[in-house]
Design a protein around this ligand. Sequence first.
Ligand SMILES: Nc1nc2c(ncn2[C@@H]2O[C@H](COP(=O)(O)OP(=O)(O)O)[C@@H](O)[C@H]2O)c(=O)[nH]1
Ligand SMILES: [Mg+2]
Length: 327
Amino acid sequence: MKASSVDRLIELALEGKLRALGRLLTLVEHPGPEALEVLSRVAPRAGRAQVIGFTGIPGAGKSTLVSRVITHLRRRGYKVAVLAIDPSSPYSGGSIMGDRLRMQEHAADPGVFIRSIPTRGLKGGLSMAALAMIEVFDALGYDKIIIETVGVGQSEVDVAHAAHTIVVVTMPGAGDDIQMLKAGVMEIGDIYVVNKSDKPEANKTAAYLQFALEKEGIGRGEGWTPRLVKTSAVMGQGIDVLVDAIEEHWRYLKDTGLAARRVASRRVLLTRLMAEARLNAALSEVLEEMRGEVEAALEKDISGAFTLSEVLARRAAERVLKGSRAG
Ligand SMILES: Nc1nc2c(ncn2[C@@H]2O[C@H](COP(=O)(O)OP(=O)(O)O)[C@@H](O)[C@H]2O)c(=O)[nH]1
Ligand SMILES: [Mg+2]
């Protein structure tokens, strides 16, 4: 794709053409020259948005809560993008459908853009796609970028780390266990939410969490005292307090310079993931080409495997370097 057509897409997206934005997101979903082109064009504009990760076990009420939070952020004048990372396939029922329905109230609002990202079938992996999409949203003037994820698995943990603010969502009955909180990304929250506080056991869960925050040193740290907020997403309670906490954390990050540092480390990670994807692709091609040779050699002498791996790695590296000179 030519640089000029990428520029045109960016122009259109900046004018509010959602199809152009959708196209840019698709272009960065998989690694390759097109993703590279788009990212190098958008990156200079990016670096202003607050990236907010909502994480927590399935069923805690993340999607319902995010939908409410969107409404409040819109009232405060922000443009909002949502990236929903869903373990189920994007086309088969499951929670994506539920999320779509819940988010539908924002469908007519041009200041809200919601995109689901599949956890499988992405050539460069989930984190690469998500981090690249963050750059696109950021560059196109979205003030708040929300990522919804269940927060387990290395990629999701990587993505959560790339967020400025991590909101860990729990619900009554699910969080009365330190081990649960120490799983995945739950341990490093900036804001902890006890959702479904319309339920009677909510106070017990909140008290337990308060204890964990004070005594177990749960939370990302970096000088910020993690907040605890009780919400009921279905009743619309506690949302303003939650959004205040998100704003307060953002001010804190900007005042301390941590906001810029988090953008920098998110880009370091994206760069590394793109390089890895490039190398992996080249290695797969070389392995495929040399499959017969490799099999024959190994049949003769299994101890040759290590020498062979060296040859394969060199060929893959050569291929990458040659490609970059050509492109
Ligand atoms: N009682 C109650 N139910 C809720 C609340 N928030 C969400 N739910 C319900 O919990 C279920 C899971 O919600 P969802 O937002 O899909 O959770 P997610 O999997 O974390 O995204 C749905 O049936 C919601 O209606 C709440 O505040 N109170
Ligand atoms: Mg959900």
